[in-house]
Design a protein around this ligand. Structure first.
Ligand SMILES: C[S@@+](CC[C@H](N)C(=O)[O-])C[C@H]1O[C@@H](n2cnc3c(N)ncnc32)[C@H](O)[C@@H]1O
Length: 289
């Protein structure tokens, strides 16, 4: 049976969090070494293992944690997309009402969407869904697997940018680098943003740029539902890249209210195989002040 502990924010959690706190305490007294590329901050501990900065990543390779656009394309080409889940995300289902905030026909943005089935769920709820995904193969798989007829347009303002548009369904997915998007390209701002495995997948050095794009896309009354992880990087190279509460609050604090919605132990057999001691899911609702 797990023992309940209380975190600084007062959220009741279990053993995994206690483990993480213990590991943090152990490492907090160590002298700080220079941080490696791709893991610049955010409560990282020094690796106790490798000499050359490489650790195993979720794909089973040695990595410094940095993912280039080419690296993501390679993973899709090889079918290494275990991050994709075939079922609707329970966090989205639980906090959907809070995200739409009483509105019925919302413009919902799904950054770094992959082929997330959540987009179909949101579509079926009657919303106008807009995604962004770097890898065209993933977008093609989404439309094929969801059996949605589409047309493709090129977007000259984006590098190799295309727009996949549902013919009978109100869904559009930009195939481009997320960092090139702005609210002019997307033809307006969004009432809601659903972010699962997106900010978590971004290289830590790009977090501030990611924040800028998201806040440009979010309507002044919009709600940003965010799902990230606190993950042990002792022997594991992201993504997902650990995001501790303080860093998340600091990133958005200047312009936004950040509400802690949920913290839960998300350890599962796959995460266990990465050799991590803890894998904690943290859910936030972000809105403009
Ligand atoms: C961890 S996956 C998560 C996908 C999706 N959110 C889900 O829940 O299944 C991250 C996705 O982001 C895409 N990606 C990575 N960098 C990107 C970028 N700069 N612009 C757009 N998409 C990107 C990857 O190709 C990958 O499909």
């Amino acid at each position: 049976m797990s023992t309940a502990v209380t975190l600084r924010n007062g959220v009741e959690t279990n053993n995994a969090m206690a483990k993480r706190r213990k590991l943090e305490d152990t490492f907090s007294n160590k002298s700080k070494k220079p941080v490696e590329k791709g893991h610049k901050a955010n409560g990282e501990r020094d690796s106790i293992k490798d000499k050359c900065g490489l650790k195993k990543n979720q794909f089973g390779d040695l990595s410094n944690g940095f993912m280039s656009n080419g690296d993501w394309r390679k993973r899709w080409d090889k079918g290494q997309t275990k991050f994709h889940k075939p079922t609707y995300n329970d966090i989205l289902l639980s906090y959907y009402d809070a995200m739409v905030n009483g509105k019925t026909k919302c413009r919902v943005f799904v950054p770094l969407c992959g082929k997330s089935v959540d987009m179909k769920w949101l579509l079926d709820k009657g919303h106008s869904v807009v995604g962004c995904e770097l890898v065209e193969l993933g977008v093609q798989q989404f439309f094929r697997e969801q059996d949605i007829e589409y047309i493709v347009e090129t977007i000259p303002s984006l590098t190799n940018g295309k727009l996949y548009k549902g013919v009978k369904h109100d869904i559009r997915i930009y195939t481009c680098d997320f960092f090139e998007l702005n609210s002019t390209t997307t033809e307006g701002k969004f009432d809601c943003v659903w972010d699962r495995g997106s900010l978590a997948a971004i290289n830590p050095s790009d977090r501030s740029r990611y924040h800028d794009v998201i806040l440009d896309l979010l309507d002044e009354n919009g709600r940003y539902l965010l799902d990230v992880f606190e993950v042990d990087h002792t022997n594991f190279a992201g993504p997902p890249n650990s995001f501790v509460k303080e860093d998340l609050h600091n990133l958005f604090a200047e312009r936004c209210n950040v509400e802690d919605l949920k913290t839960r132990d998300a350890m599962n057999p796959w995460a266990k195989s990465w050799g991590v001691e803890y894998f904690i899911e943290c859910v936030y609702m972000i809105s403009f002040k």
